[in-house]
Ligand binder design. Structure first.
Ligand code: ADP
Length: 407
């Protein structure tokens, strides 16, 4: 059974072809700079059979005018005779699409029908950049792969179990009833995936797991998971709220926006851009890649040190508040680019939690592994783990499961 995963952004299409028999990746690719000027760098990349002896890569630089052309390029790569990962389109069983915002309409992965497309369109005001790009990908993929089911997997679905006291903002209630302003949460596919992976490692049902899951990549988010279900998360009506991120501010005093408008004469668009693209780690020290920040700290850069301190202090505050929310915490789990690779961020975020029963094993924490790694001491009441996320595999599994029950 071969499943194609598509993650369509405003100017890129990421795709992965997965053989579900043994969950191996047959091809993993990216078409970038869609609708942009050509540039010199390669904007089309595909790795076939990554991680095996037969791995090989194709890279090209080619102008791609729209998502249709991008999808065409991806299909040509996937059916390329030399790669031999898919003889033709008929070998495909289903296509899984990442959709950022499902609002309150979707609690689970869903076969894409005309009604589902309408519901995703209806959510565009809440995700003006992401949902239109996702819809472009769906429309074009449905044309190309017209004989197989297409499934939407929503970033927000995992969070539909969050109770009102954690998802309602203290604003006039009509903002919620009339404009759908509430906490939705994002990165749900990743948090749900590592919840399931932890349950397997702990050899107990997901419904017995109380977890604090910490996804630290370019975007950063945390989730409190009680009995396998999300009961709170750090991102809100948009992915701007919560932790300090690469370029996003995370939590700030909301009055800052009015202040910037009145005092700095900034427009709504300017404020939106600054909070999303020019804040976070980048805003504080000019760098948004954690590896650069560590090098700068080694070279005595005080602002880089401050940025790291601010980010890890915020993670620590969220861990503390989620401990209070959950009571019993079976495990704290780190994932994504920073969470999986950065022992310094993990250590700084966990300082002091030995008083709350979560004791980091500093030596294990320094180890690097592509596999899940327990980094707490044996006498720690709460386990601490690094569990690599794999959003594509999560989407592929969910797509397989939906198709299996419906067809
Ligand atoms: P995305 O949110 O785009 O999926 P990733 O999960 O791939 O992002 O995380 C990307 C970030 O991970 C980079 O910006 C970088 O800050 C961080 N990162 C990647 N590798 C390392 C590393 N070895 N040490 C510290 N940080 C790393």
């Amino acid at each position: 059974m071969k499943i194609l995963i598509i993650n369509s952004g405003s100017s890129s299409i990421k795709f992965q072809l997965i053989d579900m028999q043994d969950e191996t990746v047959l091809a993993s690719g990216l078409v970038e700079r869609i609708g942009e000027s050509q540039g010199d760098a390669d904007n089309i990349k595909c790795t076939f059979r990554p991680g095996t002896d037969n791995e090989y890569q194709v890279k090209m630089c080619q102008s791609i005018s729209d998502h249709r052309q991008g999808m065409h390029t991806a299909t040509e790569l996937l059916t390329n005779k030399t790669a031999a990962v898919m003889a033709d389109k008929s070998e495909l069983t289903a296509v899984g699409h990442r959709v950022v915002h499902g609002g309150e309409a979707f609690h689970a992965p869903t076969i894409i029908t005309d009604e589902v497309i309408k519901a995703i369109e209806d959510m565009v005001p809440l995700a003006p950049l992401h949902n239109p790009a996702g819809l472009d990908g769906i429309h074009v993929a449905q044309e190309f792969f017209d004989t197989v089911p297409h499934v939407a997997i929503f970033d927000t679905a995992f969070y539909q179990t969050i109770p009102p006291h954690a998802h309602i903002y203290a604003l006039p209630y009509e903002f919620y009833t009339e404009h759908r302003v509430r906490r939705y949460g994002f990165h749900g596919t990743s948090h749900k995936f590592i919840t399931g992976e932890y349950a397997k490692l702990a050899q107990k049902p997901v419904s017995d797991c109380n977890l604090i899951t910490i996804h630290l990549g370019n975007g950063c988010s945390m989730t409190a998971v009680e009995n396998g279900k999300a009961i709170d998360t750090s991102m809100g009506v948009t992915p701007l709220e919560g932790l300090v991120m690469g370029t996003r501010s995370g939590d700030i005093d909301p009055a800052i926006t009015a202040f910037l408008h009145r005092n700095n004469k900034m427009s709504v668009e300017d404020i939106d851009r600054v909070l999303n693209k020019e804040s976070g780690l980048k805003g504080m020290c000019g760098m948004n890649d954690m590896r650069d920040i560590h090098s700068a700290i080694e070279n005595g850069n005080e602002r880089a040190k401050l940025a790291l301190d601010v980010q890890t202090y915020k993670i620590k505050k969220y861990i503390g508040s989620y401990m209070a929310v959950l009571g019993r915490v079976d495990a704290i789990i780190f994932t994504a680019g920073i969470g999986e690779n950065d022992d310094i961020v993990r250590e700084k975020s966990l300082i002091g939690f030995e008083h709350f029963g979560a004791i980091l094993d500093k030596e294990s924490n320094k180890q690097r592994a592509k596999e899940p790694l327990k980094i707490s001491t044996n006498d720690s009441q709460t386990d601490i783990w690094v569990i690599p996320t794999n959003e594509e595999l999560a989407i592929a599994r969910e797509t397989r499961d939906v198709v299996a029950t419906k067809y």
